[in-house]
Design a protein around this ligand. Sequence first.
Ligand code: NDP
Length: 253
Amino acid sequence: MTEANIFNHIVLVWFGLAGAIFASLFFIDAPYGRYGSREWGRGIRARTGWIIMESFSPAVFAVCFAFGTYRFSAPELLFLALWQAHYIHRAFIYPQFIREGAKPMPLAVVAMAIFFNGVNGYLNGRWVFTFSGGYPNSWFIDPRFILGVTLFVVGFVINRESDLILRALRAPGESDYKIPRRGLFRWVSCPNYLGEILIWGGWALATWSLAGLSFAVWTAANLVPRARSHHKWYLRHFADYPAERKILIPYLW
Ligand code: NDP
């Protein structure tokens, strides 16, 4: 079997796994942050966990670039820049700025995230720089690319702004929860997740690939149930939680 065959099989399995994760997360909340629990075994500081697990994504993508066949057209270089900008921020900048909660991150969560980031980085990096057959410079003016990159950038801004609003809710050393009221939090409980889903939806469109689509599906599979749980959690914990606020999509859900 060639690597291309194995790659195609992994992509199919990857879609199936995302479906299983989506279904299971309606019954079990991923046990980090407010749902963290010692029942999931030993844990480490959340900041350390984020650095370790997320650093696999830029590393694997960089290796795929280094060994790729198609690397130097303008779209390929832009894909490299977008991916690395997101993940270098997520792995090395975001963790420095979180105000850590009281609960550690279970090593089981870190291990699962490393597995996800390794496979996902491979699928997307190997697709973009090798199995795509290369993106010609003319892809730069294709509507799928333009709309996809626009969604990516809009999602990136929404995600970062929302995570910063959450961070500002806690003073240094604090670990309790408050009602966020600024930015897109006026309309939805989890705009940071909305931004993340837009980022990878945009990526799927711009790369026009099953690998990219599988990442967008995984992101939604993780974050849609978690947004629903966060919304319910806010309603349970704050009697004055804004009644008109939706879960993830302004005015709709
Ligand atoms: P959360 O919104 O659960 O938490 C983000 C940070 O804000 C945490 O430090 C949390 O503290 C703190 N926080 C959250 N709500 C409040 C509040 N009401 N008051 C005070 N502090 C609060 O996000 P996640 O930790 O799940 O995700 C972090 C980032 O990673 C997001 O940008 C998300 O989009 C991204 N992500 C992407 C995934 C993907 O599949 N692509 C999967 C998971 C996350 P504490 O930890 O104590 O709860």
